[in-house]
Design a binder for this molecule. Sequence first.
Ligand SMILES: [Mg+2]
Length: 169
Amino acid sequence: MVLLFRPHLAIPQTTVGRLADIDVAGLAASGVTGILVDYDDTLASSKNGELFADSGDFAALCVRTWGDRACVFSDTAGTHRDTDNRLAHSIEQRLGMTTLRHRRDKPAGIEAVYERFGRQPGQLAIVGDRLLTDVVFGNRYGFRTIWLRHAEPVGAFSGLERLLFARKT
Ligand SMILES: [Mg+2]
C-alpha cells in the first residue's frame, strides 16, 4: 500500500547488476557507517539456497569496512520462519556477518535496526533485490538504497516490480 501513496519510496538511489558492482569504498567515503544486506536473491538464490558467486567476497569486504555494523537483514533468516535460527546461524558461519533477529517483515521491522544500531543509527545503506520491501524500507528511514537488479527476474514479484520501476523512471 505504501507504493500507492508514496511511489518515490520504491526508487533506489543506486542500481547494480551484481554485488561485486557495489562501490563499498565509495559508500564508506561518502559517510555510510553501516550496511544491511538482504539474503534471499541478494546473497543467495531463493531457488536452491546457494550463495551467489560474489557473495563471500562482498560480505568479507563489508565486514572489513564496517565490522559489526555490516548485517544481514532478511525476511526469512532470523525471523519466525527460521526454525531455531538455523539459517541465521548458517549465514553467520559461512559469511561472517551477523543476521538480525526480528519479527516484522520489511518494509516494517525498523525496531530490529534500532536494537542493533541504536535509536540514531547513523547513515546506513541497504542492499536488496526487492523494490517494495528492501528499497521502500531503506528510503522510508533515510538509508542509502541499492537495488540488486538481476539480469533475469527472480522470485514472485520481481517482474511486476520491474514494470513499476520502468514507469517511474
Ligand atoms: Mg530478497
